[in-house]
Write a protein that binds this ligand. Structure first.
Ligand code: SF4
Length: 331
C-alpha cells in the first residue's frame, strides 16, 4: 500500500478543507470498498480524511414529510430503522439484499453511493482498464464479461454499478445533499451517477471537494406496492446479475404512478421514464408489465457472456412488477 497522510476531521468545514489539499486526497468512512482498492493498488490516495467523527449519523423527519438520512448512518441501521421499514420497505429490502451483515454494519449511506464497480479487470492492475487508467483500454470488452452492462455502455467501458441500495434510491427519487468549498447543493438522484461515455474514470457528478452529508427521501415511499427483486449467482453475498426496484401507486386496479429502476445492467442505476409511462393509467396486469419490460430493453446490447441478461432483465421486471402489484407472492 502507498504511504499516505491522515486527518481525523471533527467538523464539516475541516473535512472539506482537508480533502481540498490534494487532487488525490479522499474521504474515508466505513472503508469497506476504499481499503480494498488501496490494498490492490487500484487507488493510491496521498491523504485520507477520516469523516467518521462528523455528526452525520441521524435519521430525521423532514418538513416535507420525508426522511433525511445522515451520510454516516450505517447500512444496517438504515435497513432496520422502524420508519424505513414501515414507510420505505423497498429501501430496507434492497439494503438487506446486499453484502454481508458484517459489511452492512460498517458501510455507510454516503459510502454506498460511492462504491466502485466490481469489474474484475478494474481490480487487476495487470490488465488494461479505462476506468482505472484512462486511455489504457478495456479488458472486459473482449474478455469475460458475464457481469457487465447491457444498457448505457460506451466503447470505453461496459462496467456496472454494484449497489443494491442505490437502485431503490433511484426508484424513490431520493435527493443527495452535499457540501463543498462553494457551499451546499442538492443533487437529484438521477443526476448523481454518470454513464461512462468518454470519461469512465468518473463515476459521479460529485466535485472533488464535495462531501455527501445526507440522502433525503421524499414523502412517497410506495409502502403498499413495491418490490426489490435481485437475481444473482449465489443466494447471498453476491452482486446482482440483474435487480429491479419496482414501485407502484394503484387506484381501483389502475396504475397511477410507476417507478422502475434496474441494477446490474448499467454504469448507474437504470431508469427508463418511457417504459414507466407505458404503465401509467393501465390496469396492473402481466400483459402491461410485459409491454413495459420489452420497452425497457429495446436498446440493450450484450457483449457475449452477458447477453443472457437481456432476457433475464425482462423477466425480472415482469416478476418484480407482479410482486409489487400483489399478483404474485413475494419471495
Ligand atoms: Fe475497466 Fe470499465 Fe473495461 Fe471494466 S468495463 S475493464 S471497469 S474500462
Amino acid at each position: 500500500m502507498n504511504p499516505f497522510s491522515y486527518l481525523r476531521a471533527t467538523d464539516i468545514p475541516t473535512a472539506v478543507e482537508g480533502v481540498s489539499r490534494s487532487p488525490t486526497a479522499r474521504f474515508i468512512g466505513g472503508g469497506t470498498n476504499l481499503l480494498d482498492l488501496m490494498k490492490e493498488g487500484v487507488t493510491r490516495p496521498s491523504h485520507l480524511v477520516d469523516i467518521t467523527r462528523l455528526p452525520l449519523s441521524r435519521i430525521e423527519e423532514t418538513a416535507a414529510g420525508g426522511l433525511r438520512i445522515g451520510a454516516l448512518v450505517t447500512n444496517s441501521d438504515l435497513a432496520w430503522n422502524a420508519q424505513v421499514e414501515q414507510r420505505y420497505p423497498l429501501l430496507s429490502k434492497a439494503i438487506l439484499a446486499g453484502a454481508s451483515a458484517q459489511l452492512r454494519n460498517m458501510a455507510t449511506t454516503g459510502g454506498n453511493l460511492l462504491q466502485r464497480t466490481r469489474c474484475y479487470y478494474f481490480y487487476d492492475v495487470g490488465t488494461p482498464c479505462n476506468k482505472r487508467e484512462p486511455g489504457s483500454g478495456c479488458g472486459a470488452k473482449e474478455g469475460f464479461n458475464r457481469i457487465h452492462a447491457i444498457l448505457g455502455a460506451s466503447e470505453q467501458c461496459i462496467a456496472t454499478h454494484p449497489s443494491d441500495m442505490c437502485v431503490a434510491l433511484a426508484a424513490l427519487e431520493a435527493v443527495i445533499h452535499v457540501t463543498g468549498k462553494d457551499g451546499e447543493r442538492a443533487i437529484p438522484f438521477a443526476d448523481f451517477h454518470r454513464l461512462p461515455g468518454d470519461t469512465p474514470h468518473l463515476d459521479t457528478n460529485l466535485r472533488p471537494d464535495e462531501l455527501i452529508t445526507a440522502v433525503e427521501l421524499p414523502r412517497e415511499g410506495f409502502a403498499a406496492h413495491s418490490s426489490y427483486l435481485k437475481v444473482r449467482d449465489r443466494a447471498s453475498y453476491a452482486f446482482a446479475l440483474v435487480s429491479v426496484a419496482a414501485a407502484l401507486s394503484v387506484d381501483g386496479g389502475r396504475i397511477k404512478t410507476a417507478r422502475l429502476a434496474l441494477g446490474g445492467v448499467a454504469h448507474k442505476p437504470w431508469r427508463d421514464m418511457g417504459a414507466e409511462a407505458l404503465l401509467t393509467g393501465k390496469p396492473a396486469t402481466r400483459e402491461h408489465f410485459q409491454t413495459a419490460a420489452d420497452a425497457l430493453v429495446r436498446d440493450a446490447k450484450g457483449h457475449g457472456h452477458n447477453t443472457f441478461k437481456i432476457e433475464l432483465a425482462k423477466r425480472t421486471v415482469v416478476r418484480a412488477l407482479e410482486q409489487a402489484a400483489g399478483l404474485e407472492a413475494r419471495r
